[in-house]
Design a protein around this ligand. Structure first.
Ligand SMILES: C[S@@+](CC[C@H](N)C(=O)[O-])C[C@H]1O[C@@H](n2cnc3c(N)ncnc32)[C@H](O)[C@@H]1O
Length: 356
């Protein structure tokens, strides 16, 4: 753990640290931030990235004996470690919004709760462009029995950036063995259609209202996070296609409006739309979140003039969103490779600000 720390950016409204969040958080000033909006690793080994695997989590916990823990247990212990750090840095009553993966979200929620947070809600973010990750059991049976399919065609590409080598099945080929024929159409995974966003709160000091009056934290900014024609913020968000599908099946509500107008709609593009994704020196980030969704979360959870903390900054979506919404932002990112992306987001904001 570093004993002291120096930010790589220390500007008027933005502070950026490069290093491990678990080590850095205890060195930040206690009760100094108003909200945390973050997209931590989901513990799914995303695209073979170290930052999303037990190896990376163990590295963050040099003082914890993880040798007898399963990978999900290591993930939970690691979530508890960063959540404990956040608890110290947040003002009493301060909110945390953290994205999670459907397979591992329960571990993150347990880690956050056992660190001392109150679990307040969960936002379901529904989208339609997810790709299924599923084993083709019929093909697996052929392979298991030592048979290759002569008519199978796979395209392999070596993508630029951090994704590395990827492959795409163009023709899956006909099953060869009897066992494989019986397993035609069987798989192991559903197409992802939602991501949970955990909403938790540091316990307020005293009554909630005295906490709000003293620290400014503890409440939700309902009016700033209304959507459509002034609707109350809701714990389900859609992408455009989901909204259109709902309208097709459910039609109009009692006021003659499409049913989807009851829910906020954010563009979803699996990754954020291309214009929002920075690339610098050939580096891109693989899990960029849409700016509109992060802006909505930040304005809902942060008191006016407050400080937002993003302990897993990635390409800096939360950094840009906080700046656009006129908040201060403190960000931490472990991977030096992403620093140019973060700097390019900050430059984009600075250029836009100076242009107006
Ligand atoms: C899911 S990505 C965040 C992507 C971000 N929401 C965006 O839109 O670009 C998680 C990030 O956390 C970083 N990370 C992983 N472990 C970390 C740690 N212990 N400390 C700080 N950052 C870490 C990874 O390098 C990765 O960039």
């Amino acid at each position: 753990m570093p004993k002291s720390l120096a930010p790589v950016i220390d500007a008027d409204r933005v502070t950026l640290y490069i290093g491990d969040t678990v080590g850095i958080l205890p060195l930040l000033e206690p009760s100094s931030v108003s909200s945390v909006v973050t997209d931590p690793p989901y513990g799914l080994g995303f695209c073979g990235q170290d930052w999303d695997c037990a190896t990376g989590f163990r590295e963050s916990l040099p003082d914890v004996d993880t040798s007898r823990m399963s990978d999900p247990e290591v993930f939970e212990t690691w979530c508890r470690a960063w959540a404990s750090g956040l608890l110290q840095v947040l003002k009493p009553g301060g909110y945390l919004a953290a994205f999670g993966g459907t397979r591992t979200w329960h571990r993150m929620a347990r880690g956050v709760e056992s660190a001392g947070f109150q679990i307040r809600d969960q936002i379901a973010w529904l989208y339609s462009t997810g790709m299924p990750k599923s084993m083709d059991l019929s093909r697996a049976a052929d392979q298991h029995l030592g048979v290759e399919r002569p008519d199978r065609v796979v395209e392999v590409s070596n993508m630029e950036g951090v994704m590395g080598r990827t492959s795409r099945v163009l023709i899956k080929g006909q099953p060869v063995t009897n066992q494989a024929r019986k397993l035609e159409g069987w798989g192991t995974g559903l197409r992802p259609g939602f991501e949970p966003i955990l909403i938790a709160r540091k316990p307020p000091k005293g009554s909630l209202i005295s906490n709000v009056l003293e620290y400014g934290t503890g409440g939700l900014n309902i009016d700033r996070s209304r959507f459509g024609k002034g609707r109350w913020p809701v714990n389900v968000a859609f992408d455009n296609e989901q909204a259109a599908a709902l309208n097709d099946t459910a039609g109009l509500d009692g006021d003659g409006l499409p049913v989807s107008t009851k829910f906020p709609v954010f563009r979803y593009d699996r990754k954020a739309p291309q214009v929002e994704r920075p690339t610098a020196f050939g580096v891109a980030h693989t899990t960029v979140k849409p700016l509109g969704l992060i802006r909505w979360l930040i304005t809902m959870l942060t008191p006016v003039g407050g400080v937002v903390l993003e302990p897993f900054a990635g390409s800096g979506t939360t950094v840009e969103a906080a700046l656009l919404e006129l908040f201060q932002i403190v960000a931490i990112e472990k991977n030096l490779t992403f620093e140019p992306l973060l700097r390019s987001r900050i430059d984009r904001w600075l250029n836009n600000t100076s242009a107006t």
